[in-house]
Design a protein around this ligand. Sequence first.
Ligand code: ADP
Ligand code: TRP
Length: 325
Amino acid sequence: MLRAMRILTGLQPSGKLHVGNYFGAMQPAVRLQDEGEAFYFIADYHAMTSSQDPAALRENVRELAIDFLACGLDPARAVFFRQSAVPEVNELAWILSTVCPMSLLAKCHSYKDKIAQGIAPNHGLFAYPVLMAADILLYDSNQVPVGKDQKQHLEVTRDLAVKLNETFGEGTVILPDPIIREDTAVVVGLDGRKMSKSYHNTLPIFGEEKPLKKLIMKITTDSTPVEDPKPTENSTILALYKLFASEADYQSMVADHEKGGCGYGDFKKRLAEAYWDFFAPMRERRAEILVDPGYVDRVLADGAARAREESAKVLQRVRRAVGLV
Ligand code: ADP
Ligand code: TRP
């Protein structure tokens, strides 16, 4: 019997989730649960390549798990697990590394960018794409939804899959297809640049009402007087409002920009309300999850068991193909 399309993706646990992560990664992943058999994991091994803080890693993994569940990941449908709960991924990474040319890794933008940012060029950072390929191939994944920045890593994955099959026989691993979210608009941050942790311009999804709404009041605007019409192009307030408000409310804010008479303070208040209301169901779900401290552990343990069932089959096939058994 043909099995369902397997959709796999990983998210790095690297701090508080922001609105850009939500629209760029979580919401698409939650929607894809309807399209096939979803395998979603928290890439904790990968996170170790850029930060070595054990307490922060533990905390970030837990927070990401809670937030992802609050945002709609349904453990009854998706297999949700921690990457390191299936350490066998390292064995496949090793096998892949034996067919991986150094030159393939040396040209990866993400590696070069991280070095340029001052992150130590350790072997983990260099070998990052090989582990990522192992993540994908270990579960016979068919589709891998990722942001544009991961496109090259998916190309490396396919190259390695082809090499492994050429060396050890067709069918050793399955070739995955990337789903690159080219169309997801870049969410702007509070200063008008791309919202990103690295720019310290983020609006978190979860947190206390007052400080979060205060962040919105800090959005950079020009100095058009209250009574004058305001520019609608390149407006950070409007760009964010569009994500949270109904079409009618959005159009009404555009009209208020065009006719003048409303100040930026007023627009920001409306934005803060819409933002707060948008995430209300997720906040409620999050509060429910927190009532039962064992819930997240149970979900991740169950996910790991289901993931291991799959990985065992694939790894056995690969081990046989390469002559380890
Ligand atoms: P950051 O830039 O804050 O470090 P990450 O690189 O950890 O964010 O991004 C995790 C996921 O969220 C990726 O899939 C990325 O494409 C998505 N993402 C991050 N920022 C944005 C944004 N401003 N707009 C749209 N998607 C985003
Ligand atoms: N490198 C990805 C990122 O930073 C996270 C990731 C790790 C991943 N392994 C993966 C994504 C496998 C998709 C498939 O966003």
